[in-house]
Design a protein around this ligand. Structure first.
Ligand SMILES: [Zn+2]
Length: 301
């Protein structure tokens, strides 16, 4: 790969040596290829699905690969961009992997990307990222692909994916007891929608992988600070429970003449990761809030 024209904005030494783990090799196909174009040449991918003809309209896969595992198709596409790239494709459900298998395949990753609409896989991924202390990004489309979200985490951030999505965890747990699946169908999300969201994920990925470098991407994560919850409005008429959250978060009056479309807002967890979620307690050693102040041994009371 000749990366000379990226040198001014990207620490290419870091991207060339980085290893990225990706869970989901469908909608993420464009993202994986674009990361390869930025110099990432070590990937480990997990996805149990075979490529079907119906995937071609919405995912960056090729017709020649229909009938193959998506991870195999992904490896072939990355190789067509950079022949030196190494892609390990695991045609498995990530959530069924043993801790030993995860450590062996993903333990030395510099970044984990959870590009799946399965909440179960996202939640499992939070445990893995926190346990291994590996920076991670979760990407998801809202119903119909009219908007999406990107959540990123690294060890210096208090709120993890579960801290930010506490109410979602509660809703999924309740639905599970009733035998209902809440994962929003992504039907309606076209390739432009998916690429739009993936572009943002790709830029945050470069920021995570080259954090601290003295250039644009190296500064990105510090600029975002503790704002690690991104919401991306794609359909101009999208609202969340009748709220135009982009307009509200930016404090824009209804009378403002500017039209809002294709906007991203980058938000803080309103609770700042407090109280810590069960994953933060288990894997980061944070103290659960019980409402009782413990009395140290030997204290005079
Ligand atoms: Zn947490």
């Amino acid at each position: 790969m000749n990366l000379n024209r990226l040198k001014s904005s990207l620490d290419i030494e870091r991207t060339l040596n980085a290893k990225v783990g990706v869970i989901g090799a469908g909608g993420s196909m464009g993202l994986i290829c674009d990361l390869a174009r930025c110099g990432i040449q070590h990937f480990v991918l997990a996805d149990p699905d075979m490529l079907e003809s119906a995937n071609l309209a919405r995912q960056g896969h090729m017709a020649a690969h229909v009938g193959h595992f998506k991870v195999e198709a992904a490896a072939a596409l990355v190789a067509s961009i950079n022949r030196e790239a190494e892609v390990l494709g695991l045609p498995v459900d990530f959530t069924t992997l043993s801790e030993e298998a995860i450590d062996a395949h993903f333990g030395d990753c510099n970044l984990l990307l959870f590009c799946t609409d399965s909440f179960k896989a996202q939640a499992f991924g939070n445990q893995v990222a926190l346990r291994l202390g590996i920076p991670a990004i979760w990407v998801g489309l809202y119903r119909g692909g009219r908007a999406g979200e990107v959540i990123f985490w690294h060890e210096d951030l208090r709120p993890c994916f579960r801290c930010i999505c506490a109410s979602r965890y509660g809703a999924h747990e309740q639905a599970q007891t009733q035998g209902i699946r809440l994962d929003p169908p992504s039907d309606g999300a076209d390739i432009f929608t998916i690429h739009f969201l993936d572009s943002i994920v790709g830029m945050v990925s470069l920021g995570q992988l080259t954090r601290g470098a003295d250039n644009r991407y190296g500064r990105l994560i510090e600029q975002l600070g503790d704002r690690n919850f991104l919401q991306v409005k794609i359909d101009p008429s999208w609202t969340l429970r009748d709220h135009d959250i982009v307009r509200e978060q930016l404090g824009i009056a209804e009378t403002c003449d500017a039209y809002f479309a294709w906007n991203t807002i980058v938000r803080r967890d309103p609770d700042g990761g407090e109280p810590p979620c069960p994953d933060c307690v288990k894997y980061r050693g944070r103290t659960p809030k019980t409402g009782i102040i413990p009395i140290p041994d030997g204290a005079i009371v």
